[in-house]
Ligand binder design. Structure first.
Ligand code: NZQ
Ligand code: ZN
Length: 387
């Protein structure tokens, strides 16, 4: 472990089939006014909305709502939520949904009492939050982002054509998160696959950087191997509890910062996907899957030993008769095979991108990288390779 770190994660997790039973006890810690934030209709369809509102009513709470939060949550919806918080003196924001709903809730939490323009202050300039923060709790219905146990809030500003991510400190992490794998059974298969590739990408973004011997890389390898096994089982039977519960907890561990401790990290696939999302509104994980293959083929020579290790340890490839290039590329090819096996898109066209968007996406993406620094031309080459 080469780099010093402090680790603190304040989110309390309730995990399992009976985890919703813990909500009443948690509510006792907060005042009367609750803002319920949710998406379009899934929480009503699966009966979760009724269960949660019953618990809130029995606890004597006043319920306010922000509904219809979009996948790739918009800044304008966040501002509507912030106004509701101010007008009604909200004591707790309860997010009921996937990453978009939780990200929007964290955004509302820091924006409601912000002095100035929250977008500029927090999502563009990355300023520290000094204004009042409204506590957030979450009930997760879809596995993928890890937002249930981190400070991330990715918001799309539709006017500016920007999808910006901000990682806030522990004060903004959900105070508690309720994770019942059964709530994810109803997630459409396309969204389930998107969430799964998001998890895989979070793990690889943290893995493909640095060449020191680091316990975190072994943790990531374990999570990647488990994810592959659980994905195959869940695709065969979406109601396989063991598989769905493994995927759900894997998602949380992949981005509650444990899988990045004492490591340099990459995150360029995410930076490119965020702008792809701003232009196409594609499902986050699907965008990541399409970009990953050409991106890794573009950078692997700069981190070749790690790519050889990936081929051996994740995909069990016998590399003994291969040179490093062959071994690294064989690992990337296995990842591509897995993407195809899962029925995940492999081209930008399938995600609704038009060719003329590519230079704009490349230009507006945040530039960075792990093994290699990517500039606009590099990103454009990657985008063209997966168009
Ligand atoms: O709107 P509803 O009707 O609820 O439907 C949602 C939505 O259409 C549906 N869904 C969720 N749970 C369901 C369900 N449908 C049936 N049954 C259920 N139980 O799934 C659709 C997608 O939901 P969404 O919340 O958008 O998915 P996800 O969890 O993948 O979140 C994606 C967003 O999170 C950001 C992404 O960029 C994207 O904006 N990210 C957040 C991160 C973080 N906070 O740390 C990190 C990630 O890298 C990512 O960038
Ligand atoms: Zn992601």
């Amino acid at each position: 472990m080469k780099y010093d770190f402090n680790y603190y994660n304040p989110t309390k997790i309730y995990f399992g089939k009976n985890s919703l039973d813990s909500l009443a006890g948690e509510l006792a810690n907060y005042g009367k006014n609750i803002l319920l934030v949710y998406g379009k209709n899934s929480v009503k369809k699966i009966g979760l909305y009724d269960k949660v509102t019953d618990i809130l009513k029995n606890a004597g709470k006043n319920i306010f709502e922000l509904s219809g939060v979009k996948p790739n949550p918009s800044y304008s919806q966040l501002l509507d939520g912030a106004e509701t918080v101010r007008k009604n003196n909200i004591d707790l924001i309860l997010a009921l949904g996937g990453g978009s709903v939780i990200d929007c809730s964290k955004g509302i939490s820091v924006s409601a009492y912000c002095d100035g323009d929250p977008w500029e202050k927090y999502w563009v300039n990355g300023e520290t939050v000094t204004n009042k923060i409204v506590p957030v709790g979450s009930i997760l219905t879809m596995a993928g982002t890890g937002s249930e146990m981190n400070g991330g809030s990715v918001i799309t500003n539709e006017e500016k054509m920007l999808k910006n991510g901000r990682v806030f400190g522990p004060d903004v992490y959900p105070k508690f998160s309720i994770l019942n794998p059964e709530f994810t059974y109803s997630v459409p298969v396309y969204q389930m696959k998107s969430g799964i590739f998001d998890i895989m990408s979070h793990l690889m973004e943290q893995y493909f950087s640095g060449d020191d011997d680091n316990v975190t890389d072994y943790v990531i390898e374990g999570l990647l191997k488990s994810l592959i096994v659980s994905t195959r089982a869940a695709l065969k039977d979406p109601e396989d509890y063991e598989a769905r519960s493994n995927i759900m907890w894997n998602a949380t561990l992949a981005l509650n910062t444990v899988s990045g401790l004492s490591k340099t990290q990459d995150w360029e696939v995410h930076m490119i996907e965020h702008q792809l999302g701003a232009y196409t509104d594609c499902a986050h994980g699907m965008g990541l899957a399409v970009i990953s293959i050409p991106y890794y083929k573009y950078i692997y020579k700069d981190g070749i030993d790690k790519f050889v290790r990936y081929a051996k340890n994740i995909w069990d490839i016998d590399v003994s008769a291969m040179n490093k290039d062959e071994a690294a590329l064989a690992g990337i090819e296995k990842l591509f095979d897995f993407i195809k096996e899962c029925g995940i898109p492999t081209t930008l066209r399938e995600l609704g991108a038009a060719e003329e968007m590519l230079p704009k996406i490349a230009e507006s993406s945040v530039k960075g990288g792990g093994y290699r620094h990517m500039d606009t031309e590099d990103i454009l080459s990657v985008l063209k390779a997966c168009y």
